[in-house]
Design a protein around this ligand. Sequence first.
Ligand SMILES: NC(=O)C1=CN([C@@H]2O[C@H](COP(=O)(O)OP(=O)(O)OC[C@H]3O[C@@H](n4cnc5c(N)ncnc54)[C@H](OP(=O)(O)O)[C@@H]3O)[C@@H](O)[C@H]2O)C=CC1
Ligand SMILES: O=C1Nc2ccccc2C1=O
Length: 311
Amino acid sequence: MSILQEKIQLNNGTAIPVVGLGTVTPDDKKPILREVVRAAILDAGYRHIDTAWYYGVEPILGEVLEELFNEGKVKREDIFITTKVWPALWRNPQKSLDKSLKDLRLDYVDLWLQHWPLTFKSDENGQPPVPRDSSGKVIEDDGDFLDTYKKMVDIYKHSNKVKAIGVSNYSIGNLDRLLKETDVVPVINQIELHPQLPLNDLVEFCNKHKIVVEAYSPFGSNGAPVLELPLVKQLAEKYNVRPADILVNYHTASGRVALPRSLNPDRIKQGYKKVPLTKEDLTKLYEIGEKEPKRYIKEDWGHHIGLPFWD
Ligand SMILES: NC(=O)C1=CN([C@@H]2O[C@H](COP(=O)(O)OP(=O)(O)OC[C@H]3O[C@@H](n4cnc5c(N)ncnc54)[C@H](OP(=O)(O)O)[C@@H]3O)[C@@H](O)[C@H]2O)C=CC1
Ligand SMILES: O=C1Nc2ccccc2C1=O
């Protein structure tokens, strides 16, 4: 079986494919996203798409998905789709969800995440998505980030529009509060994770509470610097696969979900091979970031969340 069809169980009884297609897309690359998504689903066998209100690609994804469903190439229930609520819409996650569903042309999403444990001072339509003052500083609202999750819980319990809820960019401190103050354990915490950023304490905390960890930016984001690590290249040679296969298997072999992105249709068509990484291979990969941690996505709004290695 292809690694793209492998699934793991979530704490609410649903299952998630262990590799999801990342969909962040710069404006000039948006025209190619249709082709990439079709290649991902039809040629490679992807069954999981990770998107967000913030990415501005949901109308494109909606068109492609509708096309694929109408062509009978794939069924809605066979594709796992995640979207997220942005901090600018923290007061009204229902509005965010309804906009995402309308753009995606779907009745429900499989997973709905709180994108960041933050509140931004934007208008009721979430504009601007990242409000800044004249000195460029992000203008946060005075809200409690947990209020958004509490509203998401309510929607999860009382509608059929989301099959599961979770969080993203939550630190141990954020999760601790969430677990004490709400009665729905998130199924997922989506965080930056790769051999240069193993975040063992946060991952252990999530494992203990049956929260599956999803690794975003598994290649280190733009330019894919983590693919260039000598050990990653050595392991790719040892197993006769691509460095990208090693980085995806680093997560799936550890019970996590990986969300790689590529806007190159030829790369996408290749999918990812399953690699029999040994315990020693994994130990060596973990040692890279344990010795010299490096975070690549350092959004200026994220520094006070309490996630390690922001500076
Ligand atoms: N919740 C959150 O806050 C966040 C969520 N995410 C999610 O995670 C996804 C992935 O993270 P992202 O930051 O986009 O970046 P990735 O770590 O997935 O890296 C993407 C880069 O890797 C390159 N690449 C992909 N495959 C290969 C390959 N085989 N060989 C060489 N280069 C390759 C891509 O180039 P090319 O296109 O040319 O192939 C691109 O430059 C996002 O798209 C999004 O869905 C990401 C960040 C934050
Ligand atoms: O919040 C985000 N910041 C990002 C930067 C690069 C790619 C994805 C994202 C997000 O989802």
